[in-house]
Design a protein around this ligand. Structure first.
Ligand code: FES
Length: 93
């Protein structure tokens, strides 16, 4: 695979970036996620997660099943600004 290949479409992260981070010693999905934002896009790593885990596994000489996937958290629900303003006004009374 060409190193300029984008492996995280949501965050425009290339294979080359991931491989360089692994060489620098970042060998967990969460570390790579925090630096590149790979896995934090709308698909939450469903597309890039397996590819990044495969790179980590290959670099470490491990089976991909031995590589821990990212910590998943539920999505935050948006709050309408009007509701915040209403609650803020209540505290001023
Ligand atoms: S492709 Fe990486 S988060 Fe969607």
């Amino acid at each position: 695979m060409d190193e300029d290949t984008i492996i995280c479409r949501c965050s425009d992260v290339t294979l080359k970036e991931v491989r360089e981070l692994i060489k620098e010693g970042y060998v967990t999905f969460d570390e790579i996620k925090r630096i590149t934002r790979a896995g934090m896009g709308p698909c939450q790593g469903k597309t890039c997660g397996h590819l990044i885990m495969r790179e980590i596994a290959n670099a470490a000489g491990k089976d991909i099943r031995d590589i821990k996937f990212q910590t998943s958290r539920p999505p935050v629900i948006g709050v309408k600004l009007g509701l915040i303003a209403k609650e803020g006004g209540r505290n001023e009374e």
